[in-house]
Design a protein around this ligand. Structure first.
Ligand code: HEC
Ligand code: HEC
Length: 355
């Protein structure tokens, strides 16, 4: 947690007790009322493993040995997490496949488990866990979310409070999010999983980490991309390195909330879409993160200038918001306490490139 007074208040309001809603999606009159869309329903209460080892990731409490049928992966486009390093794993029930009929929105089999471990400096702080409990992803409680905090000795875990998360976990400045904040980020896409998806896995991953080609080879996808609709989804030939870096960054860091399926997508957020779409990669001009930002003005929280003003990063609402740490102007809205210099540099370079 940050130690600056006013920012602590803003972040505390956004993270705990509060429903995390900004003016855009709060019901009329709601300032800090109960959350209407991300409330814990109790449906998942019977399923609450109390330690990480109980979730099936590891053979031992210290997680020195990952179970042999759990696969490690790392998406090529990643969420900035205040400089923490991360590891990720997936487990699918034996014999099941991911329904990839909609290549933009994979539907995972019931029983799927995914994990993400956060290390701040040399301290392993938390391991997040999601598992699918029922087939309708949109049903309340269909996905169970939890985080396990590591102890100082790094050999055991405890379940973090679903209501409060854990501020300054394990002696670091890293905050474990509340469950409503898990939902706020993850439930803006129909399949709930944000990084294990076609575009983020469409690269040559390092040895030992699953990528799209490995997933196809292992028969994990019900409708594998074929030469007519893939097998890979390259950015258009005309895209510059600056384009690719910026679009990938926005896809991972912003696209979970800013996409046509998400609750915050509306005229109030300028119908802005920052998620990549496999059907809209033909030309740079088609890419939603360009098509819905250039020539589109901001509308909310008094920031009414161009979202992206080509050649003028300082005059672009996108950059102003990425430089802000104050709710509700800060972007991403939750999950970070520091601005991301590499992300801001990537978006600045994209906005500055010659037309
Ligand atoms: C600020 C938004 C945000 C919050 C809050 C958040 N996540 Fe995520 N999470 C992401 C994004 C984006 C990814 C994919 C990118 C990556 O892995 O770097 C991800 C990845 C994951 C993964 C790997 C599977 C996947 O979806 O790609 C797990 C597991 C996970 N998160 C669990 C949780 C849990 C549990 C919580 C709450 C305790 C939580 N997350 C809170 C944004 C968030
Ligand atoms: C957890 C959900 C979430 C994430 C992730 C997120 N945003 Fe937002 N975004 C919002 C909400 C909610 C608003 C409305 C904020 C307000 O009321 O001022 C918003 C507003 C905006 C606006 C203003 C739109 C307008 O019409 O005025 C921009 C620009 C923006 N976000 C950019 C980003 C960028 C860039 C990222 C990634 C670095 C990002 N957002 C990540 C939820 C999110």
């Amino acid at each position: 947690m940050r130690s600056w007074g006013s920012v602590v208040i803003a972040l505390a309001l956004a993270a705990c007790g509060d429903d995390g809603k900004s003016v855009v999606d709060a019901p009329a009159g709601d300032s800090d009322g109960p959350c209407t869309t991300c409330v814990d329903t109790g449906v998942d209460a019977p399923f609450a493993p109390t330690t990480l080892a109980d979730t099936g990731l590891c053979a031992d409490a210290a997680c020195t040995t990952v179970q042999t049928d759990v696969r490690e992966y790392a998406p090529q486009y990643q969420l900035y997490a205040d400089g923490s390093t991360k590891r990720r794993w997936i487990w699918l029930p034996p014999g099941t496949t991911i329904d990839t009929t909609d290549m933009n929105h994979w539907k995972f089999p019931v029983g799927t488990k995914v994990w993400k471990e956060f290390t701040r400096g040399t301290v392993r702080v938390e391991t997040r866990f999601m598992t699918k409990l029922s087939s309708d992803d949109a049903a309340p409680g269909a996905w169970f979310y939890a985080s396990y905090e590591w102890n100082a000795a790094q050999n055991a875990t405890t379940l973090a409070s679903p209501q409060m998360g854990v501020p300054d976990a394990n002696g670091t400045q890293h905050d474990i999010p509340s469950r409503s904040n898990c939902r706020r980020c993850h439930e803006g896409v129909p399949g709930r999983v944000l990084g294990f998806q076609a575009i983020s896995l469409d690269f040559a991953a390092p040895a030992g980490q699953l990528d799209l080609a490995d997933a196809i080879a292992a028969n994990l996808l019900s409708a594998p991309p074929s030469p007519t609709n893939g097998p890979y989804f390259p950015f258009p030939a005309a895209a510059t390195v600056a384009d690719r870096t910026a679009f990938g960054y926005l896809h991972a860091n912003c696209g979970g909330c800013h996409n046509p399926q998400a609750p915050v997508y509306s005229a109030l957020t300028s119908n802005m879409s920052l998620r990549l779409d496999v059907t809209k990669l033909g030309t740079v001009a088609m890419i939603p993160a360009r098509a819905t930002t250039v020539g589109n003005n901001g509308t909310v929280s008094g920031m009414n200038g161009p979202i992206v003003a080509p050649g003028n990063p300082g005059g672009s609402v996108m950059i102003m918001r990425m430089n802000s740490l104050t709710f509700p102007t800060k972007m991403p809205e939750i999950g970070t306490e520091t601005t991301d210099p590499a992300g801001i540099a990537a978006i600045t370079a994209w906005i500055n490139q010659p037309p």
